[in-house]
Design a protein around this ligand. Structure first.
Ligand code: FES
Length: 146
């Protein structure tokens, strides 16, 4: 049976092979979430990127999928996170061997990618807004016959 070492908590958890890391943490009363994320999360569906853990010894973790990587960086178009290589989503890890993790890793914003995303969003909003105004005026003209 694999053993998870929780470095910050100074505890070990013995689990059955293949157990989801997020579920194992929650079952032991350890939340992988911080602050508002304790309530606002995707319940382990790999979408919100909030159940982050730092994998110190990752023999028991499967390789990261592209979807997990995208969720870690941030799927919303307003910002992007700067994620160290050893940070993973607890809900995407089925533990197969012993591993050591740190809960609540510190994550910084990726300002370069955030600025790029905001610029793209501004361009889309500008063109989308202009298109919407033109379409509304066109519909009004058609409806009123002028
Ligand atoms: S709970 Fe949302 S990504 Fe893990």
């Amino acid at each position: 049976m694999p053993v998870i070492t929780l470095i910050n908590e100074g505890q070990t958890i013995e689990i059955t092979e293949g157990t989801n890391l997020r579920k194992a943490l929650l079952k032991k009363g350890i939340s992988p979430y911080v602050g508002k994320d304790k309530i606002l999360n995707c319940l382990g569906n790999g979408l919100c990127g909030t159940c982050r853990v730092e994998v110190v010894d990752g023999k028991g973790a499967p390789p990261m999928s592209p979807l997990e990587e995208a969720a870690l960086v941030g799927l919303v178009p307003f910002y992007a996170r700067q994620i160290p290589k050893n940070v993973r989503l607890a809900c995407r890890i089925g533990v197969t061997k012993d591993m050591a993790i740190k809960t609540y890793p510190v994550i910084a914003l990726d300002w370069k990618l955030t600025k790029e995303r905001l610029a793209l969003l501004a361009i889309w909003t500008l063109f989308g807004g202009t298109f919407l105004v033109v379409m509304i005026r066109l519909l009004i003209e058609i409806a009123t016959g002028r």
